[in-house]
Write a protein that binds this ligand. Sequence first.
Ligand code: PMP
Length: 410
Amino acid sequence: AGAGERDHLLRQRALKVVPGGMTGHLNAAQLPAGYPQYFARGQGCRVWDVDGREYIDFMCSWGPNLLGHAHPQVDEAARRQQALGDCLNGPTERFVELAERFVARTAHADWALFQKNGTDATTICLMVARAATGKRKVLVATKAYHGADPWCTPVPVGITAEDRAHLIYYTYNDTASLDAAVAKAGDDLAAIVCAAFKHDLGVDQELPTAAFARHARQLCDKAGAALIVDEVRAGMRVHAGGSWETVGVRPDLCAWSKSIANGYALAAVTGVDSLRDAATRIYATGSFWSGGVAMAASLATLDVADAQDVVGHVQAMGQRLRDGIAAQAASHGMPVRQTGPAALPLILFEDDPAFEKGSAFTVEALRRGVYLHPRHNMFLSLAHTEADIDQALEATDAAFAAVSRRYGSR
Ligand code: PMP
């Protein structure tokens, strides 16, 4: 089944006026045929494409929708702020309230700065670390995604080798590779950057081991470098106070975005006191960064997240999905690997190097009203109920049956 007619026409129009029709990871051309590019609306854990097809949504806008689409409390807070003003000559009171809120609820944080996109936040973390240390080298895990700026874009087109001249690569969860990278940095180490957990595209996810996290902490302490955790994807779904609370390690800087304002554009950097002066000295700003609407939405999002144990809920719903998928995979004789935190599920088929089975599976699920991703981790929200998960599992059961007919079971 192809995408709908309206979707098709929009793509054709876009091709004439938008280079390539669509940019980046949201480009539906990177998904199997049949996936829609254009959406009309979202409500709770459901989205509707422009051809009126309804899906149970397991991407949550690639993370931002933590509480579900069009959450009434968040949207009401945003509307109230919108009526007062969004983009003014300076921030609103929400700015101070939200910084106080981040400092109060984030284990490592003594201060916060706000931006718009995750890339802003990760980039500022590097700037703060370099400003504080006067050093240049930054350690980054191979294949890790930290955004779309020249220093980190996964597609090195339109950038120079010099943009990455001071990056040194290590392997996530591999302490020996960290040691080697630190040695390579010599006396020029500014920071070690770690994703909250390993969530590289198309490979099994990995939670950080406590040994790895502690080792990264010790190496930074020894060198006077900053330990940076990129929470942009994992934030608010793994641990309310910061993902590395689960391994008992506190970073110096964290980058946040996606889920923190339930779909409104906002990013944040949180940091420790010893980096306050460096964070004061760097120049990082944007015309829209102090906008009040997204901050009001974020305050409301955090109200709900703190009152309703969102972490517990998304983990439980993710686990329900995971258990159901595991049982179906076994009964259809189509083994899959499900890795990482249950709240950010990734389903990869065994013996599927080109993601053919995975793609066929998600297309079959899509036809039955369930929006999954064949290679990228997915996201649960507060809006997913047990009934939604069970309804989705009916579709995946039929999808497994269709795929095992095509590829054979074992
Ligand atoms: N870091 C991580 C871990 C991410 O997942 C992303 C977004 N996928 C980013 C940084 C960049 O965020 P943004 O797309 O908002 O710039």
